[in-house]
Write a protein that binds this ligand. Structure first.
Ligand SMILES: NC(=O)c1ccc[n+]([C@@H]2O[C@H](COP(=O)([O-])OP(=O)(O)OC[C@H]3O[C@@H](n4cnc5c(N)ncnc54)[C@H](O)[C@@H]3O)[C@@H](O)[C@H]2O)c1
Length: 320
């Protein structure tokens, strides 16, 4: 039984990770519930939930000073690119400063730590058009969010090089699955699409607003594959000091995605087409060779992931 600290553990990816870990391990979660919810977490004597902010450095110092952790996953972030554009200073405090401060406390107080995993984003690649994205591809971050993620990555790796803190980085592509919050402007096309199907029950005039022609593509990765990737990245000896793309290594267009969802539900999604937004990236998908070399192989096709996601919706009184 190992000891884990998961920041942002009540959010979408965090709660999926924590609910898996508490089956066998002790987990401390810190989350300010700005986006996440305690209800996302299963009840377990292995779980300790702390409602708090990762920018509260007195609290963070207390947590890190008083307990030895084996693994730390730093997932807490203002995960909305739009928010980072609206409030660059506040998001920088969470998305960059908290990482730096946490690393420093880990260096001081966590001599037995096996791994610190930082959750970064494919947003760091920006609008450079070479595909697929490799970890060493050109980095062209375009927003405060992406710049903060990339700068934080650099500090995370520097703490490994200079101070021997056992760190590594996971760059998530477009994650989808249960407990994704559709009200987040970051939550992406899939949860917004599910939200639209749900609203259609009460209002037949609801339409899904699609910016562009639907031929834009993304690397959609089911959250359970992300948890599986995080487990490999945190435990594999070769991942120390390294950066990994986390995706499925395949591009799916939005039109293909809608067709999969419509096929499962047996319903059409009414779409209202709008002009593509300035700065929207047309295509993106990951090269996952580096992660595959550690033994990762995605278990979920788009169809299988969507079937499981829809089943979750229907079991949680949101029948669509
Ligand atoms: N979902 C994706 O597709 C995706 C893609 C790339 C990167 N990421 C990254 O993965 C991580 C998890 O993202 P998610 O999709 O689960 O988002 P999320 O918003 O569901 O999770 C983030 C969690 O952090 C918490 N949080 C925010 N600010 C905090 C603070 N100051 N102190 C303590 N807790 C705070 C929120 O309440 C939330 O529970 C983030 O770092 C995000 O940037 C996600």
């Amino acid at each position: 039984m190992a000891n884990y600290l998961v920041t942002g553990g009540a959010g979408f990816i965090g709660s999926n990770l924590v609910n898996d870990l508490i089956k066998e391990h002790k987990v401390v979660v810190i989350d300010n519930c700005s986006m996440g919810k305690v209800e996302n977490l299963d009840h377990s004597s292995n779980l300790k939930f702390i409602k708090g902010d990762v920018t509260d450095y007195t609290l963070m110092e207390r947590i890190l000073k008083n307990k030895n952790f084996d693994y730390i996953f730093h997932l807490a972030a203002i995960a909305s690119v739009a928010d980072s554009v609206e409030r660059p200073v506040e998001t920088h405090q969470v998305n960059f400063d908290s990482v730096f401060q946490l690393l420093e406390r880990v260096r001081k107080y966590q001599p037995f730590l096996k791994r610190f995993v930082f959750s970064s984003s494919a947003a760091v690649y920006g609008d450079e058009s070479t595909l697929p994205k490799q970890e060493e591809s050109v980095i062209r971050p375009l927003t405060t969010y992406a710049i903060d993620k990339f700068s934080a990555e650099k500090f995370v790796l520097m703490y490994n090089n200079l101070y021997g803190v056992p760190t590594c980085v996971a760059r998530f592509f477009n994650v989808y699955g249960p407990r994704q919050n559709p009200s987040s402007s970051y939550s992406g096309v899939i949860s917004k699409c599910m939200d639209c199907f749900e609203k259609m029950k009460d209002n037949s005039n609801v339409k899904f607003t699609l910016f562009g022609d639907g031929k834009q593509s993304r690397d959609f990765v089911f959250v359970k594959d992300v948890i599986y990737a995080l487990q490999i990245i945190s435990e594999h000896p070769n991942s120390l000091g390294e950066v990994y793309n986390v995706g499925v290594g395949k591009a799916t267009t939005l039109l293909e995605l809608f067709s999969i969802i419509e096929g499962i539900l047996g319903k059409n999604l009414p779409v209202s087409y709008e002009k593509a937004r300035f700065g929207d990236i047309k295509e993106s998908f990951a090269d996952i060779a580096k992660l595959s070399a550690l033994g990762y192989k995605p278990k979920y096709t788009m169809r299988k992931g969507m079937e499981e996601y829809i089943l979750y919706f229907n079991q949680n009184s949101k029948k669509i």
